[in-house]
Write a protein of this length. Structure first.
Length: 392
């Protein structure tokens, strides 16, 4: 059995064979993957050792102390947090070969799920995939696609059986974003940036070998992705005063002339809420170490969105007229979202998207009510109706 001592020994061997100071970054990360130290809970040969997930912290601490490079997880978060666990659970051996360049960061992934008219009600999606021999021909439009302008691969769900009810006629695919017929257009946001995109798919041919799971079973496969997405967004590991609460706390300490009694009371409440959310995230990760992410991730994502919006609003109020300024409206297509690297105005505007992306807060409240609290489900008149017969 692989224990902490064994992981420390293996990490020391990696550092001796590939000194971080003199080894190319990608070469080091590839060697780390091959040594089973990428995600230790994954199987051997896929970047892991079949060890308890909780022991990943042992490896990470040793490598951080040695100033070893990381794989820039914020840039490849969709691949790490959503695509990888889905491929691990449902992928073929050939599909699992995609995990190495995914983890190393050689290839960026995006998520082709949401559509115009199928965001909160994702199962209403209209993108069609029609079987032709050993391939599927895909036509449709996706929207709010983070990192599509950078991505080599995408996880994609499309309707393959319009005669089945909407949840049962969907199939899950891996799409090559460089294939003919894939067009990516920027969506400029209120921040001025275009980290989101809309993606048009016109007669895109996807080999059946890139189908993930059984045909028509895509909704079940997608649940693995969505559960992991909520944990990835809401369950990030943060130090105390990490995230949005950090900048406003720093401003409070360094700018005493801005303080008022009312702002002090609100800051104290939000500081406590942020710390409770951080500790709850730690508990969730401990639960994940012995099982799979469940609907608790929805609660964490809800807290993440609410806190970011309330904290950024408080920060703008604290700064007064200064908080109304904005540093740069230039149209850019960034590689990642940097909440703490920009000014208060950016944080305020960008946090508005937190209650939409990764599942709207309204839908997540339903998930918490039904799957966590066990309350009765909302009436669904379309549950057993063929998708093609639904009113539009």
């Amino acid at each position: 059995m692989t224990d902490a001592a064994e992981l420390k020994r293996r990490t020391a061997q990696l550092l001796a064979a590939y000194p971080p100071a003199s080894t190319d970054r990608l070469d080091f990360l590839g060697a780390r993957f091959d040594a089973g130290l990428a995600w230790v809970h994954y199987p051997e040969g896929l970047g892991g050792l079949g060890a308890p997930r909780s022991l990943q912290a042992v490896v990470d601490a040793e490598l951080e102390a040695a100033e070893a490079p990381d794989n820039d997880p914020r840039r490849i978060g969709i691949g790490l947090g959503m695509a990888a666990p889905t491929i691990l659970k449902y992928g073929t051996d050939e599909q699992k070969r995609l995990l190495r360049p995914l983890w190393v960061g050689e290839e960026v992934w995006c998520q082709l799920f949401s559509e115009p008219g199928a965001g909160s009600d994702l199962a209403a999606l209209r993108t069609r995939a029609v079987r032709e021999g050993d391939s599927w021909v895909v036509n449709g439009q996706k929207v709010w696609t983070s990192s599509a302008h950078l991505a080599r691969w995408a996880i994609l769900i499309a309707r393959t059986d319009p005669d089945a009810p909407k949840h049962r006629g969907i199939t899950y695919f891996i799409c090559d974003m460089t294939d003919p017929g894939v067009e990516v257009r920027p969506l400029r946001q209120i921040t001025g940036e275009a980290e989101f995109n809309e993606v048009f798919l016109t007669d895109v041919r996807i080999p059946d070998s890139r189908r993930l799971g059984e045909a028509g079973d895509g909704w079940r496969v997608a649940q693995t992705t969505l559960n992991n997405e909520r944990v990835a967004i809401g369950g990030m590991r943060l130090p105390r005063e990490g995230g949005m609460i950090g900048p406003v706390s720093t401003t409070w300490r360094e700018r005493p002339e801005l303080r008022t009694h009312d702002l002090h009371q609100r800051l104290l409440k939000l500081w406590v809420d942020a710390e409770v959310a951080r500790l709850t995230g730690e508990r969730l990760r401990q639960q994940m170490a012995v099982g799979q992410p469940g609907p608790e991730g929805a609660g964490m994502k809800l807290a993440f969105a609410r806190l970011n919006q309330e904290i950024s609003g408080l920060e703008v109020e604290l700064l007064g007229g200064e908080g109304l300024l904005y540093d740069d409206w230039t149209m850019r297509r960034p590689e990642l979202v940097d909440f703490t690297g920009r000014d208060a105005g950016y944080r305020y505007l960008r946090s508005k998207g937190n209650s939409i992306e990764g599942g709207t807060s309204e839908v997540l409240l339903n998930i918490v009510a039904e799957r966590v609290l066990g309350l009765p489900s909302e009436p669904r008149n379309d549950k057993d109706v063929a998708w093609k017969d639904l009113a539009r």
